[in-house]
Design a protein around this ligand. Structure first.
Ligand SMILES: Nc1ncnc2c1ncn2[C@@H]1O[C@H](COP(=O)(O)OP(=O)(O)OP(=O)(O)O)[C@@H](O)[C@H]1O
Length: 158
């Protein structure tokens, strides 16, 4: 592994989900993210195709709400981003709050902006391995940069 690669635990992946209500809040959501100490490593607005959403959410394929998730996630553009910070996955899950916004704590993105579980505003990776897989799903090597300006991809050495 070369020195251009990121270390496990130093980044996570997020999406701001589709919908007019989320589009209006993109600026404020990104401000909450950067004020919490996350650095945006890569970012783009993209509308997922059905097949892509089915693949991204394949871990939910046996759930009764899978079709609704795919339909919603393809209904408009998402803002996809890779976020850099120590302990990124755990800290970002804390910042976004519980999947059900009624259970989300004060100060979290979902508490502030989300109305329901099925429209909970943001996605955040739930493990380092999923962060790497999800970041790679949306961004190629040439799209991503670390602090020193090097392109990188995959896991680095400890
Ligand atoms: N009971 C449910 N009813 C409707 N939609 C649901 C339900 N549970 C989860 N979802 C939708 O599926 C998404 C993925 O569910 P998951 O269990 O992976 O939660 P999460 O990890 O908090 O959310 P995300 O993956 O979006 O960050 C949720 O964000 C939500 O939009």
């Amino acid at each position: 592994m070369d020195s251009y690669a990121p270390k496990k635990g130093t980044f996570t992946f997020t999406m701001i989900k589709p919908g007019e209500e989320n589009q209006e809040n993109i600026g404020e959501i990104l401000t909450m993210i950067t004020e919490a100490g996350f650095r945006i490593q890569a970012m783009k607005m993209i509308r997922l195709r059905t097949k892509q959403a089915e693949i991204f959410y394949r871990h939910l394929s046996d759930k009764p709400f899978f079709g609704d998730v795919v339909k919603y996630m393809t209904s408009g553009p998402v803002v996809a981003a890779v976020l850099e910070k120590d302990n990124a996955v755990v800290d970002y899950r804390k910042l976004i709050g519980a999947t059900n916004p009624e259970e989300a704590k004060e100060g979290t993105i979902r508490k502030r902006f989300a109305k329901s579980t099925d429209r909970n505003v943001v996605h955040g990776s739930d493990s380092d391995d999923n962060a790497a897989a999800e970041a790679s799903f949306f961004f190629s090597m040439a799209d991503r940069y670390n602090k020193t300006g090097h392109c990188f991809f995959g896991w680095g050495q400890e």
